[in-house]
Design a protein around this ligand. Structure first.
Ligand code: AMP
Ligand code: GLY
Length: 428
């Protein structure tokens, strides 16, 4: 098949999917981009189709009815639910790992055993399904200690416990099914790691891969990285934290053993592998794997791509060898996430959003948690409402654009962190 006039269906409804749709749409190979289900902001720019992303049969039907050439699955839930397997079973090309590959995100207990088996550096841990042995293990742990629900928990299943009592309560609440339902019926108890976090995104096809620029998210809700954990309050790329030489050493100690290990386990991993790293005094350690692009990291990584993204997605989806390298712009990108005040706890919704035009050059609005009211106005509908993205020659330029744009966007409970990139700016 010659790749032209392609129809691409992006699955998901957040900022990541808005960015994926925009970048796919820029490809000369692509004729049409649809998003399912998308959101009211994405719908201003792309055709959106109703979909419950956990419904594989409906997804297959949508792809068939719309003669889609490539489905790009954004979020982890459909990946862990076998969306790619269901599409591939009927001959539809799909970007993302199959259900077996998606276990790297769907089960933290599986991942920890995998990392230990293949001697990939990570925090010391124990996996438990029963309360008594978990409490016994905890009693011998240093504080703080980290307690994680093994299954998917929308980024909320990790608790850093400062006291033994807090850790014991977390373990009991999880294993009883009270706090995270089935996702908490197995827990990982883990050594607390200190260091700076960064993430590496790879587009993989079995053991071949291309690396994207390293990025840094800001997970805490408050300035100076204080307060509760969120899905991500802002990000930038690239980061000087990781030099070319460091990246090469991570490829040797982490990336290649991971992909080779997956192959030994019978998993031909295709799609995005997101490696969350903690750079500790004893070297880099894997905090987590995600099997999809990060949100909001995607919003800053993809604008830096000089080459066309779509051939990379197609090569991965087909299981062919990835190119040796990919070109990136000599530029930096920053996203500032505008949230509803109160998030990640309760927050108001349905507030009309106004965006003053024209947008600063080199900036773009990425819609995430938005809906539409009865007057057809775009309103806030989620905690992370939208992203203000700036791209420029330097991170300072990118920051100025992103923050200038964030001032042109108004809704009543708008909240944002003013210090995105603070670690990078404090580096020599
Ligand atoms: P995870 O989903 O496993 O990456 O955890 C979410 C966040 O919790 C990470 O981005 C870290 O900020 C924090 N975290 C997870 N595991 C650890 C650990 N072992 N030590 C310190 N912080 C951790
Ligand atoms: N920003 C973190 C994630 O996508 O999991």
């Amino acid at each position: 098949m010659q790749d032209k006039n392609l129809k691409i269906l992006v699955v998901g409804s957040g900022g990541r999917e808005h960015t994926l749709a925009k970048v796919c749409h820029q490809s000369p190979l692509v004729d049409q981009v649809m998003v399912a289900p998308g959101n009211a902001g994405i719908a201003q720019e792309f055709n959106t189709l109703a979909l419950d992303v956990a419904d594989n049969q409906k997804l297959v039907e949508l792809a068939k009815v719309n003669s889609v050439d490539l489905v790009v699955v954004g979020p982890e839930v459909p990946l862990c639910n076998g969306a790619v397997d269901a599409l591939n079973d009927v001959g539809i090309l799909a970007y993302g790992p199959d259900k077996a590959g998606a276990q790297l995100e769907g089960s933290k207990a599986y991942t920890k055993d995998f990392l230990a088996k293949y001697k990939i550096p990570t925090a010391d841990y124990g996996n438990f399904t029963e309360i008594a042995p978990a409490l016994e293990y905890l009693a011998a742990c240093n504080l703080p200690v980290v307690v994680k629900a093994s299954g998917l928990a929308a980024g909320k299943g990790v608790l850093i416990c400062l006291s033994l009592e807090e850790a014991e309560d977390a373990v009991k609440d999880m294993l009883s099914g009270d706090s995270f339902g089935d996702s908490g019926k197995e827990v990982v108890i883990e050594e607390f790691l200190e260091g700076e976090e960064t993430s590496l995104h790879l587009v993989c096809s079995g053991e071949s891969y291309v690396s994207m620029p390293m990025s840094q998210d800001h997970k805490k809700v408050g300035e100076g990285d204080s307060g509760l954990n969120t899905g991500g309050m802002g990000a930038y790329a690239p980061t000087k934290l990781v030099t070319e030489d460091m990246l090469k050493s991570y490829e040797k100690s982490i990336v290649r053993p991971t992909l080779a290990g997956l192959k030994s386990e019978g998993v031909n991993f295709r799609g995005t592998l997101y490696i969350g790293l903690m750079l500790t005094s004893k070297g880099p350690k894997v905090l987590e794997f995600n099997v999809r692009f990060g949100d909001p990291e995607t919003q800053v990584i993809l604008p830096l791509l000089e080459d066309d993204l779509v051939p990379l997605l197609l090569t991965s989806a087909r299981g062919e060898s990835m190119p040796n390298r990919v070109k990136f712009k000599e530029a930096s990108s920053m996203v500032v996430v505008l949230t509803s005040a109160g998030y990640p706890e309760a927050y108001p919704k349905n507030e009309p959003i106004s965006i003053r035009q024209p947008l600063p050059e080199g900036s773009e609005v990425i819609f995430a948690g938005v809906g539409e009211n009865e007057n057809g106005e775009i309103v806030s509908a989620g905690g992370r409402v939208l992203g203000a993205v700036g791209t420029g020659a330097t991170l300072q330029d990118a920051k100025e654009k992103a923050y200038a744009l964030s001032e042109q966007i108004e809704f009543e409970s708008k909240y944002l962190r003013k210090d995105i990139g603070h670690r990078e700016f404090s580096r020599a």
